[in-house]
Design a protein around this ligand. Structure first.
Ligand code: PLP
Length: 314
């Protein structure tokens, strides 16, 4: 039987929004997509913090977390234990024109949908990536924010209709790897993780931050840096992150294939253990956990903003 998923607008069951809502008119808002697993929203506190900081950057007054907590309890009372939550916060209804006038009356939207069945299967076999033709444009004022203006992603996602492709890879105009169409990207090589800087464009996802945290616990160096396509193709492993997939190892991009990624699989297990720990923000690293060629717990910490070993294309 198909489940009927509820929608809450400002805490009440509702079917629609004001036609003058600035989220609809201008994409003037932010959002979050959250995994609900066994009845619990995974990384809830981190999502609340990210929503609040994204809203602050757009000067949208964010409701306090207890308001979202109440909405969440109402919604979860009528959803299956495993599903997807979407939270949207807009600046609310407004008069015509870009300039927000008067006191904002933000709109909160909470919806749920079915858990996508393919996620674990793709995690097990590895994701098939396609390089998108669309190039992301730079806007440092918006970089990192998960705002509602996602037309680049909408265009990019229409570049393939081959059902064997799981995700598109996006570069910026200078040919730097930025992200997947709906995910962040990491590469693993030289016993370290590298992930694109997101200060010019891209979304700084919660799963990305959680993976950086897990790596720090393991003393596995993470470098936020410029990554060019040939560096990604030369990597020992490539992985994608978002709050639903957690980590997908990449198995294929064009003619390049990666077999049996071990580090990605190990990190995914650790990230999931962190999600299962619920309120525990920082689980202890498992001593002796082995990934790649060496024990992660014995690696040197370089810090997340240190320069990469290979600077040749910067
Ligand atoms: C463009 C983009 N980047 C990154 C992410 C990852 O965000 P998060 O880890 O917060 O789910 C998403 C998630 O949907 C996304 O759409």
């Amino acid at each position: 039987m198909t489940h009927r998923f509820p929608t809450l607008v400002n805490g009440r069951p509702a079917a629609g929004l004001s036609v003058s809502d600035r989220g609809l008119m201008y994409g003037d808002g932010v959002f979050r997509t959250i995994r609900v697993h066994q009845g619990r929203p995974v990384w809830w506190a981190a999502h609340m913090a990210k929503l609040a900081s994204d809203a602050e950057r757009l000067a949208i007054p964010a409701p306090p977390p207890d308001v979202w907590d109440r909405d969440l309890s109402t919604l979860l009372a009528s959803t299956p234990p495993d599903c997807v939550l979407k939270l949207v916060l807009t600046r609310g209804p407004g008069m015509r024109g870009y300039r927000p006038a008067g006191q904002a009356m933000p709109t909160r939207l909470l919806t749920a949908s079915a858990w996508p069945a393919h996620i674990e299967a793709v995690a097990a076999r590895g994701a098939h990536l396609q390089l998108c033709r669309l190039r992301l444009s730079e806007q440092p004022r918006l970089a990192g924010i998960k705002h509602l203006n996602r037309l680049e992603n909408v265009l990019a996602a229409q570049e393939w209709d081959d059902p064997s492709i799981d995700e598109g890879l996006l570069l910026d105009a200078a040919g730097r790897v930025i992200c997947g169409v709906s995910s962040n990207v990491f590469i693993y090589r030289d016993d370290a993780l590298f992930t694109p800087r997101l200060d010019r464009c891209g979304v700084a996802g919660v799963a990305r931050a959680r993976l950086i945290g897990v790596a720090a616990d393991l003393k596995l160096a993470v470098h936020e840096t410029d990554i060019h396509l040939d560096q990604l193709l030369e990597a020992d492993e490539v992985m994608l992150t978002n709050s639903l997939i957690r980590i997908w190892p990449v198995a294929r991009l064009g003619g390049r294939t990666w077999d049996g990624p071990r580090v990605s699989a190990e990190l995914r297990t650790l990230l999931d253990a962190q999600g299962a720990a619920g309120h525990l923000e920082k689980p202890a690293a498992r001593p002796g956990c082995r990934v790649g060629r060496c024990s992660l717990t014995r690696l040197t910490v370089h810090g997340p903003t240190a320069a990469p070993a290979d600077e040749r294309r910067r």
